[in-house]
Design a protein around this ligand. Structure first.
Ligand SMILES: Nc1ncnc2c1ncn2[C@@H]1O[C@H](COP(=O)(O)OP(=O)(O)OP(=O)(O)O)[C@@H](O)[C@H]1O
Ligand SMILES: [Mg+2]
Length: 334
């Protein structure tokens, strides 16, 4: 099946500067795909090529199998593009704003605007004048605008920047709803926790080059395998002892456990569980930090059951993406 977005050997040069260097990745259908990278990495440049707004120096982008250079008109019909800093008409109401764009997109305004207002939860404030809206509401309105023509693929450049935590959660839920409706969503961000909650796959860009791309779980296990295969002691460098130079660290993760009865009992049992290096109690939960692969969790659970602790819930802490990002990038800026 053709991917929703296919990027092949994309290069872009501004002046004498190669901003994109041979970027290649796919976004599968129905994915929420996180496009990650530090400031200046080239995310917006790539996105602008996808949105038919920038002609790349070399390479190719296809949306739903259609080349953005060959048939930009048709690509524009199938994408909903939300730029990072869009101007927004301020002296109109939410409904008027959406009706205007519905007309521009040549979709029947009344029914479509109502549907989009409901989907984005803007119905309650449809008579509000745009200038009086909060940033989060405006961001939601921008997203509503790109949904009017019912595009298959949404390309969102930092849709949650400047949003407070509640607005961020609302945006995240909206993205999940849209995915439920069968949309493919590519969104850029450098806030990793925000992406790890919603994304199924990611691509990490640094200095115009793709560092890694694919499903988060797959990348994580690839990194884990690499770590496991790394030499345990670094060779001596310039007379320094092996211990003084970088020794690869075993990965550490945390699981959050909910147990029957007092968490203190679980905490005592956990202190002797295999792989566990730290135990904390907070908010009625028990947090166990463990060393080693994810499969250690199964041993921890077995250990607790054996110790007579009833387990109600086991949840991995979602910091996989942060781990991947830090390992994959070198913190270089251009
Ligand atoms: N129109 C332009 N002319 C010249 N250079 C540009 C232009 N647009 C972007 N650049 C440069 O290209 C590089 C990549 O910029 P881009 O906006 O794609 O990065 P980004 O990953 O979106 O960063 P951010 O996280 O800050 O949004 C930067 O070094 C930027 O200065
Ligand atoms: Mg950008």
């Amino acid at each position: 099946m053709t991917p929703a977005i296919r990027v092949r050997h994309l290069w872009h040069r501004f002046g004498a500067f190669d901003v994109l260097r041979d970027v290649t990745f796919d976004v599968g259908r129905g994915e929420i795909f996180g496009f990650i990278g530090p400031n200046g990495a080239g995310k917006t440049t790539t996105i602008r090529v996808m949105a038919t707004l920038l002609e790349p120096t070399a390479g190719r982008v296809e949306i739903d199998g259609v080349d953005v250079m060959r048939d930009p008109e048709s690509v524009r019909r199938s994408i909903g593009y939300m730029p990072d800093h869009a101007g927004i008409y301020e002296r109109v109401t939410v409904r008027e704003y959406l009706e205007f764009f519905a007309e521009a997109y040549r979709v029947p305004p009344a029914s479509v605007v109502d549907a989009v207002l409901e989907l984005t939860d803007l119905g309650r404030i449809s008579d509000k004048v745009v200038v009086t809206m909060s940033k989060g509401q405006k961001q939601r309105l921008q997203l509503a605008r790109v949904l009017l023509h019912d595009p298959k693929v949404l390309i969102l450049d930092e849709p949650a920047s400047d949003l407070d935590p509640r607005a961020r959660i609302e945006m995240r839920n909206l993205l999940l709803d849209l995915r439920g409706l069968g949309k493919t969503i590519l969104l850029s961000s450098h806030i990793l926790t925000e992406l790890s909650d919603v994304c199924t796959s990611v691509a990490i860009l640094e200095r115009g080059q793709l560092v890694v791309a694919g499903p988060i779980a797959e990348i994580a296990s690839r990194f884990e395998a690499r770590r496991a295969g790394a030499p345990q002691g670094a060779p001596e460098i310039g007379g320094a002892s092996a211990a003084a130079v970088a020794v690869p660290q075993a990965p550490r993760r945390r699981v959050k456990l909910r147990v029957v009865g007092a968490p203190e009992a679980a905490s005592a049992a956990l202190s002797t569980a295999p792989g566990v290096v730290e135990v904390e109690l907070a908010g009625g939960y028990v947090y166990a930090t463990y060393e080693g692969p994810e499969s250690v969790v199964a041993h921890i659970v077995a250990h607790l059951v054996h110790a007579g602790v009833g387990i109600l819930g086991v949840e991995q802490e979602r910091n996989e993406l942060e781990r991947i990002f830090l390992e994959a990038t070198r913190g270089e800026m251009q």
